[in-house]
Design a protein around this ligand. Structure first.
Ligand code: FES
Ligand code: MG
Length: 575
């Protein structure tokens, strides 16, 4: 370490003797703050991480990560994932760190941290902050996000007033921690554990539990061992590890945001992973975790039933996981989860008695988009009946498009009788992809018009180039690429078009002939008015460098910077 480096670290309170002792310097990448309440408990947990680092012989240096709060950041937290990634890469590479503890939790904080660790490739381990305690209202479990979508319908139907709406929503958030449903946070933290990037059994521990403190301490101990043995993200996040994570995602009923983020992490570590892998490896795996929105329970129940190890143990027994993959603790999947059993067979079902026999995602394509994802498990019998076009072809469905140019257009018109929606409509949302919004908004799950809800139609199929909150169980076709803003097929669809979704052929099309599509394409000139001008420098930069959802919506030029701690040598001196 040069003299200039040294004097300022001494001024903070580390002695010269320590700095020159050769002891590993371990960063604690702090994602929690007042701006990021989901992760705020990491400020407390970091103290126990430090204790672990010290006790194992390391020196801890805590530093902030650009904040990403899912419910707080406008226009969407999705815009900040790549910004946070970018700044964390600079921190991990440009400061003297031998290893890092990534404090993860709220939706985008997990992928941002893992993407950066992948690019830099110094020893890294993630520490989850943990879910909130279960929410309760009048004896019923109320889950994060999921209750918002339900309360939104109740408010629209006049069953509750605004005060009742807020009461219901507040009941779902009783403590520190991330969303207690199987939303994107629980999903991504579970998949981080499945990848091997956090300690086994760590993802599901609720934030306020004593065990969480202990997990923080053990994570501190572990990272020092990882530096000593030089176990890096590239040793852990192999293709086999990603395929394990895809299967776990099906079994837990993970969020449709998972393929975006996992594909992004894979690209930064240099592992080949495509959307097709999600269907090929994940579609046949049963859904066994009975958490909202697909099921009944919440985060505390998941932990009590055994968490991720109880899921992985069953998948391993059934031959659905590669047991030879090594995790952060240097042990294999078989060593880490072999024999882990469920402690409550209603919360984590046996594989032989699942919630749904084949969960996972299916990938659709056609003249609306090159690809989009759909959760097979959301196709209800009611949907089958209403949209079936021909009883002889039970996998093909048809409905009439109602097109919205962004969420503002949707909110302005959804309850207008002139909209003409009925129980055979398909709601389409465009202008909400990674470039159009920008960042990609979670607005594709749209509630039907009030008049339809009052008539008993609680859900209409939705389709769009944006995302959907993992806490929503809506039957949606999402993450369409290429998006309308870059000229994808969705830019041509019009209200009244007949839409055909054929699950057997994995297709989704507007039934509009080629000549008419060509005419519509010719009419489109320049950027559509539902793609507003950038409001900040980063929005504009993001729009010029970010790819589509199927490629993880990463900064495309960043992908070529692989394992820079090994390939780039030390950065040049600062003075
Ligand atoms: Fe942060 Fe859901 S809003 S985890
Ligand atoms: Mg969300």
């Amino acid at each position: 370490m040069t003299a200039l480096y040294v004097e300022r670290y001494l001024n903070y309170g580390i002695s010269l003797e320590e700095l020159q002792s050769g002891r590993p310097i371990i960063g604690i990448a702090q994602t929690g703050s007042d701006l990021v309440p989901c992760n705020r408990h990491h400020i407390e947990l970091a103290k126990r991480v430090r204790d672990g680092i010290r006790d194992a012989g390391g020196i801890a240096i805590e530093f902030p990560v650009h904040p990403i709060q899912e419910t707080g950041k406008r226009p969407t937290a999705g815009l900040d994932r790549n910004l946070s990634y970018l700044s964390l890469v600079e921190s991990l590479y440009g400061y003297p760190m031998d290893g890092v503890v990534l404090t993860i939790g709220c939706d985008k904080t997990t992928p941002a941290c893992l993407m950066a660790a992948a690019t830099v490739n110094i020893p890294a381990i993630a520490l989850s902050v943990g879910p909130m305690l279960n929410g309760w209202f009048k004896g019923e479990r109320t889950g994060s996000g999921t209750i918002v979508w339900k309360a939104r319908e109740m408010l629209a139907a006049g069953e509750i007033d605004y005060k009742g709406f807020i009461e219901l929503v507040a009941s779902s958030a009783p403590s520190t921690g991330w969303c207690n449903t199987m939303g994107t946070a629980t999903t991504m933290n579970s998949l981080c554990e499945a990848l091997g990037m956090s300690l086994p059994g760590s993802a599901a521990i609720p934030a306020p539990y004593r065990d969480r403190q202990e997990n923080a301490y053990r994570t501190g101990l572990q990272i020092v061992e990882m530096v000593q043995t030089d176990r890096k993200p590239s040793d852990i996040m192999t293709r086999a590890a990603f395929l394990n994570a895809i299967r776990v995602n099906s079994a837990i009923g993970g969020s449709t945001n998972a393929p975006i983020h996992l594909n992004a992490i894979a690209r930064h570590i240099g592992v080949e992973l495509t959307l097709q892998d999600w269907e090929s490896h994940g579609a046949g795996v049963p859904l066994i975790v009975n958490l909202q929105p697909a099921g009944t329970y919440l985060g505390e129940d998941f932990y009590r039933a055994g968490g991720v190890p109880a899921v992985m143990g069953q998948l391993l027994d059934a031959g659905l996981l590669d047991g030879t993959v090594t995790g952060a603790n240097g042990k294999t999947v078989t060593e880490n989860v072999g024999g882990a059993a469920t402690q409550d067979a209603d919360v984590i079902r046996p594989l032989a008695d699942p919630l749904k026999p084949s969960a996972g995602l299916t990938v659709l394509s056609g003249n609306l988009f090159d690809n989009a994802v759909m959760k097979l498990s959301v196709i209800s019998p009611e949907f089958r009946d209403r949209y079936l076009s021909n009883p002889a072809d039970p996998d093909a469905f048809e409905g009439n498009a109602i097109v919205f140019d962004g969420p503002e257009d949707y909110h302005a018109r959804i309850d207008d009788p002139a909209l003409g929606a009925d129980e055979h409509s398909i709601l389409i949302m465009r202008g909400t992809g990674p470039i159009g919004y920008p960042g990609g908004a979670e607005v594709v799950n749209m509630r039907p018009p009030v008049a339809l809800i009052q008539a008993g139609v609680n859900a209409l199929p939705c389709l769009g180039d944006g995302r959907q909150s993992g806490t929503s169980g809506s039957p949606s076709i999402l993450n369409a690429a290429p998006e309308a803003a870059v000229g994808g097929g969705l830019s041509l669809v019009r209200t009244g078009d007949r839409i055909r979704i054929d699950l057997a052929r994995r297709s989704a099309d507007m039934l509009v002939d080629e000549a008419e599509l060509a005419r519509r394409r010719a009419e489109l000139a320049g950027s559509p008015d539902y793609v507003p001008a950038s409001q900040t420098p980063w929005q504009e930069i993001h729009r010029t460098i970010t790819g589509q959802f199927d490629g993880g919506a990463v900064i495309e030029l960043a992908v070529k910077y692989q394992r820079i701690a090994q390939t780039q040598g030390l950065p040049r001196d600062s003075h």
